[in-house]
Write a protein that binds this ligand. Structure first.
Ligand SMILES: [Zn+2]
Length: 186
C-alpha cells in the first residue's frame, strides 16, 4: 500500500504537495490534487487544484473538486474515465462521491484524515455496493510529507490562537488539557 520514493505515484503526489503548499500560503487548509489521464502515449496531467474554500467563498472548493472541474472543463467532458486522482489527504464524503460521478478509475491519497476521511477512516464511501462504478484505491504515498504539511499548518494556526485545529493537533491538545486538569485537581 505505501509508496516508495521514486515511483510515478510519488512523482505525481509531489506535484499535489506543491499545490497543497500553495494553498497553505493562501491561508487555506493545505490540500492539493492532480488528475492524470492514462493513454497509449503515456500519462498526462489534465487537471489540478488546491483547497480554496475561503478564497473562493465556496464550501465545495476542495482540492479534489477543483482538480476535477479543471480537467472536465479542459477535456469538455463531465466523465473522466482512465484517470487517476492524486490527493495529499484522504477525501471527504463529497469528494469521494464526486470521484464516482466523474468515473475516475483510481484514487491515490497520501495521509489519512482521521475525522472526516470517507475512504478508509470515518466511513468507506467508495465501498458501497450500490455504486455502479468502482474506484481503485491506493493510500500512503508520501503520507509522512502530506501529514507533516497539515501538522505544520495547524501548529501555526494554534500559535495564532485558533481553536479549530482539527484532528491533527487534537491528541496533543487533549493530553495537555488532561494533565492541566489533573494539576488543578491537586
Ligand atoms: Zn473533500
Amino acid at each position: 500500500m505505501s509508496g516508495t520514493i521514486d515511483t510515478p505515484d510519488a512523482d505525481w503526489m509531489r506535484r499535489a504537495l506543491g499545490l497543497a503548499e500553495q494553498a497553505a500560503r493562501r491561508g487555506e487548509v493545505p490540500v492539493g490534487a492532480v488528475l492524470v489521464r492514462h493513454s497509449g502515449s503515456g500519462d498526462e496531467l489534465v487537471g489540478q487544484g488546491g483547497n480554496a474554500v475561503i478564497g473562493s467563498a465556496d464550501p465545495t472548493a476542495h482540492a479534489e473538486i477543483n482538480a476535477l472541474r479543471d480537467a472536465a472543463a479542459r477535456l469538455g467532458n463531465y466523465r473522466l474515465p482512465d484517470t487517476t486522482l492524486y490527493v495529499t489527504l484522504e477525501p471527504c464524503m463529497m469528494c469521494a462521491g464526486a470521484l464516482v460521478h466523474a468515473r475516475v478509475k483510481r484514487l491515490v491519497f497520501g495521509a489519512r484524515e482521521p475525522l472526516t476521511g470517507a475512504v478508509v477512516s470515518h466511513v468507506q464511501a467508495l465501498e458501497s455496493p450500490t455504486h455502479n462504478h468502482h474506484v481503485e484505491v491506493s493510500e500512503g504515498v508520501l503520507a509522512g510529507e502530506c501529514a507533516a504539511l497539515m501538522q505544520r499548518f495547524f501548529r501555526e494556526r494554534r500559535k495564532k490562537g485558533r481553536a479549530d485545529v482539527g484532528p491533527w493537533m487534537k491528541t496533543g491538545l487533549n493530553r495537555q488539557q488532561l494533565s492541566a486538569n489533573k494539576r488543578s485537581d491537586g
